[in-house]
Design a protein around this ligand. Structure first.
Ligand code: SAH
Ligand code: SF4
Ligand code: F3S
Length: 480
């Protein structure tokens, strides 16, 4: 056998190990994309639409990284050659949006039969969803879940090599974390960084643990290497991502927990702001509060989901804290970290929620004075314990409580944000204002949005801005 044959044999068999295996398939995908581009007279375009949370946004950047490495060019339009919906299933309206948009994709595919449609993400981890897509959405070509997004190029190859027959690859669980695959960031100057995957908390209303699997932390060496690399690539702000970052490190051999990880990230030159999401109140330690208070880089913002202010409901939700312990924690944070902004998530209409329970939630909002709160109507998720609980709340009652809560949130947020009016504070300039091109939009350390007159050359820089006027949830500022 001559040397040529040896080489061709090596390249025609995919390596068993990751990430080498996926790199092999990315090369194959590139050969396909090059051939198609020559035939069609244009590069193949991809469009990744992201639904849901920051986790999904980061996953989409990984999908975009693989596709870009394979020679596809990004497009914001769903008329692209390869359209991927990265789905969310945390509330039912997220699912309904996907079904609605799939109808539209079908009309596009009828006009362009070579178009490839893929669905991935949290919704695909539900057996009932897969069944529905099998039966009613035959035009979807590739379906995968949350555990195997790194395999996009391999799944694409399976699809093409099988003569374009539909590929469905859903894993129930994984203990695998594949590092070192390409990523295409949405912003050059800031980036999400996964520090852990999955969730072990099983809040009784929540589907995330079922669709994202058990909690797994990445090794701190891998996280720090990734952040150092991001810093050398111009990233100034990182957002450490996990469903409960406060339990980072559980299950790893290393002694490093979340506060130590933050201290290590702080040492990385070039990184100027560190954010994290999300903190579960049950695990937020005194050590973490002290670490934030002593830090130059950790942002003055803690997103601390309350869910309910009623201790009785919190117990039913399996949240493992009470109204009193939440209030004490919020107070402790505010006294230790000057200028900190607390934001929260609240669910209205959990099964059995009475008017008294609701008033407890209103009381916490009043006492803590959140800078912002995301309020959600309870959505029944099949398979979760809460779905089987008695006394599901009627729509009318839910909407009435929702409106009253929203009014209070507006009031407290307005009062809270007014406190910084007149101050000059650093703003990371992120983009041109979407409504008014003469304004730039950026964020304070506390995550509040500031709009100010300026030009696009400021994007990605941190500037001192005078907060001339507080408008409730945002400020109008002046560049100093
Ligand atoms: N891990 C994060 C939350 C992730 S889900 C945490 O524990 O804080 C984001 C938010 O969606 C939750 O905080 C909750 O407020 C909301 N949510 C989750 N399940 C929901 C449901 N079934 N109905 C309505 N809102 C829900
Ligand atoms: Fe859902 Fe609770 Fe896990 Fe958050 S901590 S993802 S609300 S189960
Ligand atoms: Fe949605 Fe999945 Fe995030 S269900 S909220 S995209 S973890």
């Amino acid at each position: 056998m001559n040397q040529m044959n040896d080489i061709s044999k090596i390249v025609s068999a995919p390596p068993a190990e990751e990430p080498a295996r996926q790199r092999f398939y990315i090369e194959k995908m590139r050969a396909y994309a090059d051939e198609a581009a020559a035939r069609l007279g244009h590069s193949l375009r991809f469009c990744v639409q992201t639904f849901g949370c920051q986790m999904n946004a980061r996953d989409s950047e990984k999908l975009a990284g693989i596709l870009s490495d394979a020679g596809f060019v990004p497009s914001a339009e769903e008329t692209a050659d390869f359209v991927i919906y990265n789905t969310c299933t945390v509330r039912d309206n997220a699912n309904q949006r996907i079904y609605g948009r799939l109808g539209y994709l079908h009309t596009l595919k009828k006009k362009n039969p070579e178009m490839i449609i893929a669905l991935c993400g949290c919704m695909m981890q539900e057996a009932s969803v897969i069944e529905k897509i099998r039966q009613s959405y035959g035009f979807v070509d590739i379906i995968f879940g949350t555990h195997n997004i790194y395999k996009l190029a391999e799944l694409f190859d399976n699809y093409i090599s099988s003569g374009r027959s539909r590929i469905i690859d859903i894993w129930q669980e994984t203990d695998k974390i594949v590092e070192e695959l390409p990523v295409q960031r949405k912003y050059p100057f800031k980036s999400g960084v996964n520090i852990m995957f999955g969730c072990n908390n099983f809040c009784s209303y929540c589907i995330v643990p079922y669709v994202r699997g058990r909690e797994r932390s990445r090794k701190h060496e891998d996280i720090l290497r990734e952040i150092a690399h991001l810093a050398s690539d111009g990233v100034k702000e990182v957002m450490l991502l996990g469903q409960n970052v406060n339990s980072y490190g559980a299950g790893l051999e290393s002694e490093i927990r979340f506060p130590q990880l933050l201290k290590e990230v702080e040492k990385i030159d070039g990184i100027q702001r560190i954010r994290f999401m999300t903190s579960h109140p049950k695990d937020l330690s005194e050590e973490l509060i002290e670490t934030i208070a002593a830090s130059e880089k950790i942002c003055r913002h803690i997103h601390l989901p309350l869910q309910s202010g009623s201790s009785r409901i919190l117990q039913q939700m399996n949240r493992k804290y009470t109204k009193e312990s939440y209030l004490a924690l919020a107070e402790r944070i505010k006294e230790s970290i000057p200028d900190v902004a607390l934001t929260t998530d609240i669910i209205i209409g959990f099964p059995g929620e009475t008017e008294e329970d609701f008033l407890e939630t209103m009381d916490v909002v009043d006492k803590v004075s959140f800078s912002n709160a995301f309020t959600f109507l309870y959505s029944k998720r099949t398979g979760t314990p809460a779905a089987a609980m008695p006394d599901q709340i009627s729509e009318d009652v839910m909407h009435d409580r929702f409106d009253r809560l929203l009014a209070l949130v507006h009031e407290t947020a307005k009062a809270e944000n007014k406190k910084l009016e007149g101050r000059v504070l650093p703003v990371l300039v992120e983009e041109i204002n979407r409504q008014d091109e003469t304004l730039m939009t950026g964020r304070l350390s506390n995550n509040a949005v500031v709009h100010f007159p300026g030009d696009a050359s400021l994007i990605g820089t941190i500037r001192n801005i005078k907060l001339a006027e507080s408008k409730g949830f945002y400020y109008i500022g002046e560049l100093q």
